[in-house]
Write a protein that binds this ligand. Structure first.
Ligand code: PMP
Length: 342
């Protein structure tokens, strides 16, 4: 809202009508350049010598990456895993497409020994910081045939310290959690390997023939404003999230009925200091035996969270979103205070 005019986009009716950018790609070179600049400015990912590919949100890229890392027509499909608690879309999407090349196989930790010696391809989703619990996760599996997809949707200074630039083979980012423009459906992947890049590119070509021009144009305009502001947006984001986390912690700590996840402080290379936690979600545990259905406990207090079982963690957990509007957050606190003090 503070940059309403400079972040606005006006598009003439005749502008950019064709499929490609005239160079056989569906990617705006200008936008790609700005994405690299952004990662350099924030220091959260290495992009020199890396390929960049765009998707309709990171959602499209998650499956594109699974496809690209899976064997083609092998005798056994790739085993796709993630560490509990994990973002449910990894499983839902992998199951939904029912490919002969890959299959979802649940919790990563159960496959640790197997992965060390197996000749089967294994694909591990690593979410850092994690949705729902905000932890800076690392890959659990090791072995020659293990590939990781790093979902770095929340690896921005609003939500976490940035200890070092991420330098993984497959890294996925999204505008949804950077500026909040989730409805523009824009995400990108940063890739080390050319063959993986080509396989993801062919997925994108067959699936949607690239990302909407309007999305790319709007994203470019937003990134220009972000970059012009230096640290402004990140300071705003971090301050806002930190304040919310502090207030929430103070409220929850008044109660023995609920507890919140603990997140360690880390040195942040972006802010050049040790920073406290500022996660996107509260991962709340109901501590009492009789509150086995934590979701129902909050629902009774007029608070709608997401069930812990959606993340395969059990129903003594519930996830509350802290990245909605200020009004939503204020309302959440108001209702939470009632639950805690009544
Ligand atoms: N990954 C994670 C971990 C997420 O939490 C989300 C959004 N909730 C996404 C990916 C998908 O985001 P989008 O498709 O909007 O980029």
């Amino acid at each position: 809202m503070q940059h309403a005019a400079s972040s606005a986009v006006v598009v003439a009716g005749w502008h950019r009508m064709s499929y490609s950018f005239g160079d056989q790609t569906y990617i705006s070179q200008e936008l790609e350049k700005h994405i690299r600049k952004l990662h350099d400015a924030v220091g959260n990912a290495v992009t020199q010598g890396r390929y960049i590919i765009f998707g309709a949100g990171s959602t499209q890229l998650l499956n594109a990456a699974v496809h690209a890392l899976s064997p083609n027509n092998a005798s056994s499909p790739a085993k796709v895993v993630a560490s509990i608690p994990f973002y449910p879309v990894y499983q839902e999407q992998t199951d939904f497409f029912r490919s002969v090349d890959y299959r979802f196989q649940g919790d990563a930790s159960l496959w640790k020994n197997y992965s060390e010696t197996s000749t089967d391809r294994m694909i591990e989703f690593v979410t850092s910081p994690n949705n729902p619990d905000g932890q800076l996760n690392e890959a659990v599996l090791q072995g020659q045939n293990v590939k990781a997809i790093y979902d770095l949707a929340y690896y921005w200074p609003h939500f976490t310290a940035i200890p070092a630039p991420a330098d993984e083979d497959v890294m996925i980012f999204t505008l949804s959690k950077l500026t909040g423009h989730a409805g523009s459906r824009f995400g990108w992947a940063v890739l080390k390997d050319e063959a993986i890049y080509q396989r993801m590119q062919s997925y994108l070509t067959l699936n949607t023939m690239g990302v909407s021009r309007e999305s790319q144009l709007r994203t470019l305009q937003l990134l220009k404003v972000v970059l012009q502001g230096g640290k402004d947006m990140f300071e705003f984001g971090h301050e806002t999230m930190k304040k919310r986390w502090e207030i929430l912690n103070n409220t929850i700590s008044m109660s023995k009925r609920f507890s919140l996840q603990k997140i360690e402080s880390h040195y942040c290379t972006f802010f050049q200091k040790v920073r406290e936690a500022s996660p996107a979600y509260a991962w709340v545990k109901c501590e009492r035996e009789e509150d086995k259905d934590c979701y129902a406990v909050f629902q009774a207090g007029n608070i709608t969270g997401r069930r812990g079982s959606l993340y395969f963690a059990g129903d003594s957990y519930v996830r509350l979103s802290l990245i909605r509007s200020q009004d939503d957050f204020d309302l959440l606190l108001h209702k939470l205070n009632k639950l805690v003090y009544d």
